[in-house]
Ligand binder design. Structure first.
Ligand code: GLP
Length: 244
């Protein structure tokens, strides 16, 4: 595990976007795994800026997203489909057929069952971007999680529903279930970069870096990955014993 500490979320976005862009430039058919949430948002803005300024081509790139809420149609403002299109995909020259996001409505179960095979058929994920839940979840793999899990329907825990209610009118509107790539699906990525900033991520970061590898802190599984980089700020790092 490599830990990169930067001063703020802007620096984090610059650092992570450079990694993504260089992957896309060096492998025109790369497969990139994307996450939603506020953590990667500025990174996506940097990727868009690069595309507009330097014309980095995404035309043969394939993307896979981590998760989607069940019951929200694609055009719902809080769906992850909407999030990805409005914060990244619509600004790049990606082909629609190369964009993969778990389905949250209609035959989502069947779609979920085929998702991991689709990732394998695409050649596997070359670079996976991750955020981090305050309870240590990655994607929507809530604790206690199964380290062997594949893409499937998951139940959201109360703390996640509460944390994510900030994006909805009220807590009752937050879906109670989601489709999420499994821990195994995530860990199979060739390279993983996790973004975390702010004090509210400090406890999960402590568990991730110094805690015991445990299904009660899903993120700890990442310590076993051979190419895993944690990109964090001082606040997210603040509970670590080893500060330097
Ligand atoms: C959600 C998503 C995760 C995301 C996490 C953190 O629950 N399913 O993929 O990493 O929240 O979100 P944020 O980056 O907004 O803190």
């Amino acid at each position: 595990m490599k830990i990169i500490e930067l001063n703020n979320k802007e620096e984090i976005a610059k650092y992570v976007s450079k990694k993504v862009i260089s992957k896309v430039k060096n492998n025109k058919k790369a497969v990139i795994g994307f996450a939603t949430g506020t953590s990667p948002l500025l990174t996506y803005k940097e990727i868009i800026k690069d595309h507009q300024k330097n014309h980095t081509s995404w035309k043969d790139i394939t993307t896979f997203n981590l998760d989607e809420y069940i019951s929200l149609p694609k055009d719902h403002k809080q769906s992850y489909n909407y999030f990805m299109h409005h914060n990244l995909f619509d600004y790049l020259d990606l082909k629609q057929e190369n964009i993969n996001i778990p389905l949250g409505v209609n035959n989502y179960q069947e779609f979920a069952n085929k998702y991991d095979q689709k990732i394998i058929d695409a050649g596997g994920i070359d670079l996976q971007i991750l955020g981090l839940g305050i309870n240590g979840h990655i994607g929507f793999n809530e604790p206690p999680c199964d380290f062997e899990s594949k893409t499937r329907v998951v139940n959201l825990v109360k703390s996640t529903i509460k944390a994510n209610s900030r994006f909805f009118k009220n807590i009752n509107e937050v879906p109670k279930q989601a489709v999420s790539m499994g821990i195994k699906s995530i860990i199979n990525a060739k390279k993983i970069i996790l973004i975390a900033f702010g004090f509210n991520k400090a406890k999960a970061i402590k568990e991730l870096v110094e805690g015991k590898i445990s299904i009660n802190w899903p993120c700890t599984v990442l310590r076993n990955h051979k190419d895993f980089t944690l990109v964090i700020d001082k606040e997210a790092k603040s509970l670590l014993d080893q500060k330097e």
